[in-house]
Design a binder for this molecule. Structure first.
Ligand SMILES: [Zn+2]
Ligand SMILES: [Zn+2]
Length: 344
């Protein structure tokens, strides 16, 4: 079978690989129908996240189950499924609390030895461990473009909202309108935000946010703080979602959020950051962050996608063939697409 593999910073290639085989009783094998290229794949592409040359990348996927181990009960051969981007054991301390994203045995697809040596899904077929927890049947009639958002990007946008102190009627600001930020905009609207400020400096992304019902705010050309105050009788926003992962965004979030409000960092932080702790303390802000608990939310996200309440279709701006993956990565790196879906 064919697989998209990391070779060196800036180089991916499509290589022949042996087809995966069942190893554990909870394994399934999925023939891939569609697989997304994600911002975190770009970290690998650039060598910022280091993986072994030759490792298969990708972690967003929809396909058909072609084999299952004897302990797999929730999906069967022939089922059309989508999967979450990482696995969880279901039995450790964290899984028993529902904190699947902190599972001590978690493995992430397509991220090399440091995240569990689990080959990625940008391939003709993929091995899916812990299939009872990781896979879900695709609801009748749902396109693969929509379904593959449930196990990663929309799951993360949804998590950003529901795992903050958000309540219906709140005013929410979203900083950074990549696919996760745009999904957070949609989730906030769907869950009852009175008003959503969508903040970025890329006109096309602001347009998509506006089409999702948000007020688009240009980071450089408009006075973001004045707009946030204007929307909240001078208080500042109730919830601010940082979908950038940069200290400058976090600093803005601390300033935009009202006293006793909450900040949710879903953008990725890997370094020490200089934050105005005094302001955070004086304003009694709640600060949360970390990888999204996508497995915990996937059923509700799927239900909202199936009902059309959440609809990320507008985010898929390119479809390309699996064998054109090297070009797809170059296109994505030039920010010429919001989400590229590869089809084998
Ligand atoms: Zn992803
Ligand atoms: Zn676990």
């Amino acid at each position: 079978m064919r697989a998209v593999t990391f070779q060196a910073p800036g180089v991916v290639s499509v290589e022949e690989r042996p087809e995966p085989e069942l190893i554990e009783p909870e394994d399934a094998i999925v023939r891939i129908e569609a697989t997304g290229v994600c911002g975190s794949d770009l970290h690998i592409y650039h060598g910022r996240v280091q993986i072994e040359p030759g490792f298969t990348i990708g972690h967003e996927y929809v396909g058909t189950v072609v084999a299952v181990g004897e302990a797999v009960t929730r999906v069967a051969v022939g089922d059309r499924v989508l999967g979450c981007f990482h696995t969880a054991c279901g039995t450790c301390f964290f899984c028993r609390r529902g904190d699947y994203h902190r599972c001590v045995q978690s493995r992430t697809f397509g991220h090399g030895a440091t995240l569990g040596s689990l080959q990625g899904t940008q391939a003709d077929m993929a091995l899916v461990p812990r299939a009872n927890i990781v896979l879900r049947r695709v609801p009748e009639g749902m396109s693969s473009d929509v379904a593959l958002f449930a196990g990663d990007v929309m799951g993360t946008g949804f998590h950003a909202v529901v795992e903050s102190d958000f309540e219906p009627g709140d005013v929410v600001a979203v900083l950074g309108l990549g696919p996760v930020g745009l999904c957070a905009v949609q989730a906030a609207r769907a869950l009852g935000a009175a008003h959503v400020l969508a903040i970025d400096s890329v006109p096309e992304r602001l347009d998509v946010a506006a089409s999702f019902g948000a007020e688009a705010v240009h980071l450089a050309e408009q006075d973001v703080r004045a707009i946030a105050r204007g929307a909240t009788e001078g208080r500042g926003v109730d919830v601010c979602i940082d979908a950038v992962g940069d200290p400058k965004a976090l600093d803005s979030a601390i300033r935009l959020t009202r006293a006793c409000g909450s900040i949710q960092c879903v953008g990725v932080y890997a370094e020490r950051a200089d934050v105005h702790m005094g302001l955070l303390w004086l304003k009694t802000l709640t600060l949360r962050g970390g990888q999204a608990n996508v497995i915990a939310h996937v059923d509700r996200v799927l239900a909202l996608l199936a009902a059309g309440v959440l609809d990320p279709t507008a985010l898929v701006t390119r479809h390309m063939k699996l064998e054109d993956a090297p070009e797809a990565y170059a296109v994505y790196d030039r920010r010429e697409a919001l989400k590229i879906v590869l089809t084998p």
